[in-house]
Design a protein around this ligand. Structure first.
Ligand code: C5P
Length: 400
């Protein structure tokens, strides 16, 4: 997949640097050449010897070695690559990149390169959420830097949340996609996500607690495999991912119209928590408290987007739904697959004891025509990466 590609891999200083060793191994197995650069911080976590041994290439560490010796200057080093990858990318490296610093080899290479740059951030959750990192991230994305992760989950520092380095396989997939070789290249995938808001009157609505986290993670994972993603989202609390076509809607009916307008697609994943009912007669003016007593709301059934798509004249070749259940998960989801007419159902147990609803992790069963597969409890980003991989395999005719 990456034959003849050359990756300049900058390893920053964080505990996740050990995962860079696995990334090097995966890159080489995929046929890429890896030219490693270790920052001073990175060298505190992994040794130059292990990096060089796995890369099969000497490690560059010192700016002045490169500028004074005749063999290869930093300009040449930064340009001989097809892609520059920073993994792990620390908060400090992000700040240096956003600020245009060039005071060591890594930052100088990043300033001098004329190639695309992909960063895989990894840091403590507070550092990731800090306004300075938010600003730096926005600047880097505006500069065209591609970003993979971070994932959510337990961190080496004992905290929990976004900030974990993405798994090496996920970074590899992002590298392949960045170089135009992702397994979903040329494919169009439609994702629905978030809740819907169903108006009662101009100021009130009926909603649900969906954050949009799983759908957002999935859209990002599909994008990372090279897909063109149309992301139809209700009013979610999680921001939509970069690099996908976002169609923002409010109601179930708007969501269905947006989904139909986005066809044809090679696959559709319905991760939205669509309201089953809407208020039959939306009031045109704000409803008033008054002598008329308590209002009575009459409901009408919303369209079922997943079922409509599954029986559509332009049905995507692969239609995937979600099922949130609180009991008999596999049985209920198996019946739901048949009832809706979709190909796969990703089922999870959302009973309160699992902590899954609104949490960072998900434990799912994948229900297909062949039966049910139990997946281990994983961060939602990893569930997304795994599902995206399965979608790619399916569309490319690879057996499960
Ligand atoms: O029937 P239930 O809501 O449990 O089914 C969940 C699945 O159906 C999810 O994939 C959800 O996105 C989809 N769905 C839909 N339109 C609806 C209701 C659910 O697409 N009106």
């Amino acid at each position: 997949m990456l034959a003849d590609k050359r990756i300049l891999l900058i390893i920053g200083g964080g505990i996740a640097a050990y995962k860079a060793l696995e990334l090097i191994r995966l890159l080489r197995a995929a046929g890429a050449g890896v030219v490693p650069v270790l920052t001073a911080g990175g060298a505190q976590f992994v040794t130059p010897l292990s990096v060089a041994a796995l890369a099969g290439h000497p490690v560059h560490q010192d700016l002045f070695d490169l500028t004074t010796e005749a063999e290869m200057g930093h300009i040449q080093l930064s340009r001989a690559a097809d892609l520059v990858v920073v993994a792990p990318c620390t908060a400090d490296l992000m700040a240096k990149m956003a600020g245009g610093h060039a005071d060591d080899l890594a930052s100088t290479l990043l300033m001098a390169t004329d190639k695309r740059v992909l960063i895989a951030p990894a840091m403590n959750v507070r550092m990731w959420q800090h306004p300075a990192t938010r600003r730096n991230l926005a600047m880097l994305q505006a500069d065209g830097v591609q970003v993979v992760g971070p994932a959510r989950g337990d961190m080496a520092c004992g905290e929990h949340g976004p900030g974990r380095l993405s798994e090496p396989a996920t970074i590899l997939a992002a590298i392949e996609a960045a170089l135009g070789g992702g397994p979903l290249r040329g494919r169009h995938v439609l994702v629905t996500s978030g809740p819907t808001h169903e108006p009662i009157d101009p100021v009130r609505y009926i909603a649900n607690r969906s954050s949009g986290a799983q759908g957002t993670a999935l859209a990002a994972a599909l994008r990372d495999l090279g897909a063109r993603v149309t992301f139809v989202t209700g009013p979610a609390t999680v921001a939509p991912p970069q690099g996908v076509a976002v169609v923002a809607v409010e109601t179930a009916r708007q969501m269905l119209a947006a989904v139909e307008a986005a066809l044809p697609a090679d696959a559709a994943v319905c991760a939205a928590a669509v309201a089953d009912w809407r208020v039959a007669h939306e009031a045109s003016q704000k409803m008033k408290k008054g002598a008329g007593g308590l209002p009575v709301l009459e409901f009408a059934e919303n369209p079922d987007i997943l079922a409509t798509l599954s029986r559509h004249a332009q049905r995507p070749p692969l239609v995937v739904g979600f099922a949130a259940e609180t009991e008999n998960v596999v049985d209920h989801a198996t019946q739901k697959r048949l009832r809706k007419g979709c190909d796969w159902i990703v089922a999870n147990d959302v009973s309160p004891a699992t902590g899954i609803m609104g949490g960072a992790e998900n434990a799912v069963h994948l229900i297909t025509a062949d039966g049910a597969e139990a997946w281990p409890r994983l961060p939602k980003s990893e569930v997304a990466a795994r599902l995206a991989g399965r979608i790619a395999d399916h569309l490319n005719g690879k057996p499960a």
